[in-house]
Design a protein around this ligand. Structure first.
Ligand code: ADP
Ligand code: MG
Length: 392
């Protein structure tokens, strides 16, 4: 059964009535541009074919009820009470339900609408986006919720505003301090294209990737190493970036060019310098990737992907042995380029490979992980896909 059917089925089990419609939003993979978002820099993600679906129906009692195949116990609150829960009393709501309820709250906040002026709703979710694999199942559930409520409540918000509502939900209703890349990628994605995003202006351009025409596949190697946020690694990186920007007297590292790095080196300690060098060179690599794609096509971007990985491994120090092994195995088996993707300390690597090479690279990957004594990775390919949409 497809996730779309599952959402419809869950909805009828819950309500016994008809839906108003079905909406969906995808996960995302970041092609390049890591830890650049909170430095006001550039990112270049694309939307996955994996999607989260929501079947929606109206209610007449001003309440919002959410249910998911992940956790079939429904969660229900009065729309007028969302304000009371978010952000202060969010802990009283089970974590997964804070994502969709948080989006409903953020949408009402963004539009200044009174809860009494919009219809109550039932929302049933089902998804084929793997959770915690670095594909951003969180942006998918936010995007599906935002798209559905925007239509049914006739809010008239554009896709950037919906992405912002998703981010606000994640930051304030869930309590996860993330940037806006995931939501923008999920909202704006197009088939066989990436979303080139300026995280300062939120200016987004759809850039053709041309993987199909070039006979290329994008492989994801989910190492199944869980991100360990508790190590404080993320906070340390952010603090180093702030120190670097301060030393250079600029608002953010986005404002430092590669040719200014020698000056940074004079001003900060060695470790801070390496953190800064990653961000500054990574921003340049995003720009170079977009330009190279336009001028020469996808086969020419491989070295930028490899360089991005080396920078995260050596300068930002956010890789783990499993991710390094995935990238090296891809390289040894003829990949055009490969890198870890996502925040680091676990999660997934990506590799750009010839379509014909997919089975051989997959086998080599499984063999290399087994030989190293690592947990068997999940290996699959993703075609850059369409962003949030109404499906029925
Ligand atoms: P990811 O990297 O997949 O985005 P996150 O920790 O950011 O990982 O978000 C995953 C969380 O989002 C899940 O633990 C769950 O709370 C929520 N979530 C995502 N998709 C769904 C869904 N279809 N149904 C219910 N909750 C979901
Ligand atoms: Mg997430």
């Amino acid at each position: 059964m497809t996730a779309a059917d599952e959402a419809q089925g869950l909805f009828s089990t819950l309500t016994g009535s008809e839906t108003v419609g079905l909406w969906s939003a995808p996960g995302r993979v970041n092609l390049i541009g890591e830890h650049t978002d909170y430095n006001d820099g550039f990112v270049f993600p694309f939307a996955t074919p994996h999607r989260t679906y929501v079947a929606l129906g109206r209610r007449t009692d001003g309440r919002i009820r959410v249910v998911s195949t992940f956790d079939t116990a429904p969660v229900e609150v009065a729309l007028a009470d969302l304000d009371a829960f978010f952000p202060e009393r969010r802990d009283e709501i089970v974590e997964w339900a804070r994502y969709p309820l948080g989006v409903a709250w953020a949408l009402l906040q963004a539009t200044g609408k009174d809860a009494a002026s919009v219809t109550g709703v039932d929302l049933a979710f089902a998804s084929d986006v793997p959770v915690g694999a670095g594909l951003s199942s969180s942006a998918a559930i936010e995007g599906a919720t935002g798209s559905a409520l925007n239509d049914v409540w006739e809010l008239g918000l554009d896709r950037v505003a919906l992405a912002q509502a998703g981010r606000r939900a994640e930051n304030e209703a869930v309590g996860a301090p993330t940037g806006i890349m995931d939501q923008m990628a999920s909202m704006l994605g197009e088939t066989d294209a990436g979303t080139f995003l300026d995280c300062r202006s939120l200016d987004a351009q759809v850039v053709e990737l041309g993987f199909e025409a070039a006979g290329l596949e994008l492989m994801v190697i989910d190492t199944r190493v869980a991100h360990a946020h508790s190590t404080g690694g993320y906070g340390e990186r952010r603090a180093a970036c702030e120190r670097g920007a301060e030393a250079m007297k600029v608002p953010a590292l986005r404002d430092v060019r590669v040719d200014q790095l020698p000056r940074v080196e004079e001003l900060v300690d060695e470790k801070t310098y390496r953190r800064v060098r990653h961000v500054v060179t990574e921003n340049q690599r995003v720009l170079d990737t977009v330009r190279t794609l336009r001028e020469k096509g996808p086969r020419a971007i491989g070295d930028l992907l490899y360089a991005s990985h080396a920078s995260m491994r050596d300068d930002f120090e956010i890789s783990v042995p499993e991710l390094d092994l995935a990238v090296e195995t891809a390289r040894e088996n003829g990949a055009i380029g490969a890198r870890m993707t996502g925040g680091g300390f676990g999660g997934s690597a990506i590799a750009l490979i010839d379509r014909d090479a997919v089975p051989a690279v997959r086998e080599a990957m499984l063999a290399a992980f087994a030989a190293a004594g690592h947990t068997e990775p999940h290996v699959f390919t993703v075609r850059p896909s369409q962003g949030a949409r109404r499906d029925g």
